[in-house]
Design a protein around this ligand. Structure first.
Ligand code: KIV
Ligand code: NA
Length: 277
């Protein structure tokens, strides 16, 4: 099985076939995505929250992301693997951004990296990484790494100024060389405008119809606790299933219903007698 290539992703876009992206952070998650036949797997820095228990994406380090990324890579065969560059991995300079991206390719086998934002310094980072020969996915709209500066985790592009800024950023990200753009928490009408303005595929999350969609795996599986963002659709309640299964196990351990004879090993009578003696 060969891995999906960027030209194949662009062919899907040209054919009007929706591109399917989902996040994964470990081997079983990657296997589920692979078995489902998704086109792209994102090792998102959302893993900071959904698997590492941080309360935001900002704290996760490149070293931590690399552990997750390697597990995901080992679980995929055909899916195109994109790795998020975490906060702090690109902020200092273009050279730092290239060095961080190189680590995701060399140490984790990433096919591309993704970075947030579209201001002048972000565009400079994208250009530098692309010039180094590394495919880049952009990410604009709600950008969780800088959510505090955006005024919180809130939809973007709802005012004239914000909508104009998003169009400028999208055009900038494309001109800087990104081959794909994630647009998060933006009104569908604005996404439609962006799709007309850009040639590269737009992967939406909370952005209405787009060339493709992405969701956080643990959100769609119903593992994430608490209130989900408006744009999340839960396709299962795995978190409840996990807790229910562990509770059933705990009850059977306490009642000594587990383990049963079928969970153990047989010994010959002679061996038992010898052990007694
Ligand atoms: O980290 C993440 O999961 C993401 C997606 C929501 C696009 O960046
Ligand atoms: Na992310």
């Amino acid at each position: 099985m060969t891995r999906i290539s960027i030209p194949q992703l662009l062919e899907k876009q040209a054919a009007g076939e929706a591109i399917v992206m989902v996040t994964a952070y470990d081997h079983p998650g990657a296997r589920a995505a692979e078995r489902a036949g998704v086109d792209m797997v994102l090792v998102g820095d959302s893993g900071a929250q959904v698997v590492l228990g941080y309360d935001a994406t900002v704290p996760v380090t490149t070293d931590e992301m690399l552990v997750l990324a390697r597990a995901v890579r080992r679980g995929t065969e055909t899916a195109f693997v994109v790795c998020d560059l975490p906060f702090g991995a690109t902020e200092e300079s273009d050279a730092q951004a290239v060095a961080s991206s190189v680590r995701f390719l060399k140490e984790a086998g990433a096919d591309a990296v993704k970075l947030e934002g579209g201001n002048a310094s972000r565009l400079s980072r994208i250009r530098a990484i692309v010039e180094a020969g590394i495919p880049v996915v952009g990410h604009i709209g709600l950008t969780p790494q800088t959510a505090t500066a955006l005024g919180g985790l809130r939809a973007q592009g709802r005012t004239t100024a914000s909508a104009e800024r998003l169009v400028a950023e999208a055009l900038g990200v494309e001109a800087a060389g990104a081959f794909c753009l994630v647009v998060e928490a933006v009104p569908a009408e604005l996404t439609a405008v962006l799709r007309e303005a850009l040639a590269i595929p737009i992967i939406g999350i909370g952005a209405g119809d787009a060339d493709g969609q992405v969701l956080v795996l643990h959100d769609l599986l119903g593992i994430t606790e608490g209130r989900a963002a408006k744009f999340v659709k839960r396709y299962a309640a795995i978190g409840d299933d996990m807790a229910t299964a562990v509770a059933a196990y705990a009850a059977e351990v306490r009642s000594r219903a587990f383990p049963g004879p079928e969970h153990g090993y047989a010994a010959s009578e002679e061996a038992v007698a010898a052990a007694r003696a």
